[in-house]
Design a protein around this ligand. Structure first.
Ligand SMILES: Cc1cc2nc3c(=O)[nH]c(=O)nc-3n(C[C@H](O)[C@H](O)[C@H](O)COP(=O)(O)O)c2cc1C
Ligand code: SF4
Length: 330
């Protein structure tokens, strides 16, 4: 079968967050002049609140592995790797059992959030500093040890296999959890809204807001639950008595701890935002709060514009949405 034609027709985009065209990425590796090529399956999933790839290991492992093999055959890769977060180490035996006789190796790492970023992942696999590389060159041109490398998310490889088998429908997995809903993975249309994923009037009536896309994502009030879910496909819900301020502090502390320190807008910016959030909880007058809001927003905008990698840029998501949509919670 002509897999690249099938990928193009399906319109499949990567399901690791960035949403880049899978066919375009595969073709770029295939067209490289270098003879040596690699394939890497990203099973890092280090962001709290995102657990759909774990579900792929649990339920669809052999199809995911077939997807990797299809990719390796298409780009003519010498070797493929599964980059596995060590929080999923207990699946290692199961994965390796399924890899017998295949040219695919498991690479286990300590699971920090930033290691899921593709160039940091390559740095880790090469035994180098855990910091992102400048792009371009992209991994499709200069990836593992400088060779063209195709990197896709675990679910992307699973969907590739469905496409190859003629079983594909435009669906994806969503991680859903929070107040009133125990952790679960929902499979639904790519165009699904928050309301459709929650799919319960009873629960919806008790919700105040949601956090979309993990701790680095945006806050969304109940009135905007008709919006489509993008990015990593995670929905965390919060009941009527919850406060956005506390949830925002959780996001900021997480991003501050995960920042690698390479660039100033992220390293200093997130630290300053944390400091100002602390000032907000101590400030008494409305005037003080307005001033602090505008300071926090301008630091977040600066991090969005000038951070070296998307981790620093992402701080604007929780900050701007929380301040603009829920000022009364501060
Ligand atoms: C901070 C950060 C963390 C990331 N973590 C993951 C991850 O855990 N899994 C993943 O597939 N992609 C992750 N990505 C996206 C990868 O860099 C890359 O775009 C993706 O693996 C490509 O696969 P896809 O095209 O199939 O989505 C992360 C990106 C950033 C900036
Ligand atoms: S944005 Fe943050 S995580 Fe990314 S390179 Fe800069 S300091 Fe490191």
């Amino acid at each position: 079968m002509d897999i690249i034609k099938a990928l193009k027709e399906s319109g499949l985009v990567g399901l690791g967050g960035a949403g880049f065209s899978t066919a375009t990425k595969w073709q770029a590796v295939k067209d490289s002049c270098e003879k040596k090529r690699f394939v890497v399956c990203n099973l890092s999933e280090g962001e709290p609140g995102v657990f759909k790839d774990e579900f792929v290991i649990q339920r669809h492992l052999s199809k995911m592995i077939s997807g990797i093999e299809i990719a390796a055959e298409f780009v003519n890769a010498q070797k493929s790797y599964i980059f596995l977060n060590d929080k999923y180490k207990y699946y290692q035996k199961k994965i390796e059992k399924n890899l017998k006789g295949k040219k695919i190796e498991v690479f286990i790492d300590n699971g920090r959030y930033l290691c899921g970023e593709e160039t940091v992942m390559l740095q880790v696999m090469e035994g180098k500093t855990r910091q992102p590389r400048l792009k371009p060159p992209y991994p499709t041109n200069s990836g593992l040890f400088g060779y063209p490398t195709l990197i896709n998310n675990a679910e992307t490889f699973y969907r590739v296999k469905l496409i190859a088998d003629g079983d594909y429908q435009p669906k994806r997995f969503y991680s859903l959890f929070g107040d009133y809903i125990p952790k679960k993975v929902v499979e639904s249309d790519l165009s699904s809204t928050v309301e459709e994923i929650i799919n319960s009037e009873k629960i919806l009536s008790k919700i105040k807001f949601a956090r979309i896309g993990g701790l680095s994502g945006c806050f969304l009030p109940r009135r905007e639950f008709n919006k489509q879910i993008t990015g990593t496909g995670s929905v965390e819900i919060f009941g009527k008595r919850r406060n956005v301020f506390n949830a925002l502090c959780q996001s900021i502390i997480f991003l501050k701890n995960e920042s690698c320190g390479k660039c100033t807008p992220c390293r200093e910016g997130i630290y300053r935002i944390a400091e100002e959030l602390n000032n907000i909880s101590e400030s008494k007058s409305l005037w003080d709060k307005e001033e602090i809001f505008s300071k926090i927003k301008s630091i977040a905008e600066a991090a969005k514009e000038s951070s070296f990698c998307p981790l620093g840029a992402s701080v604007a998501n929780p900050v701007i949405s929380a301040i603009n949509l829920f000022p009364e919670d501060f």
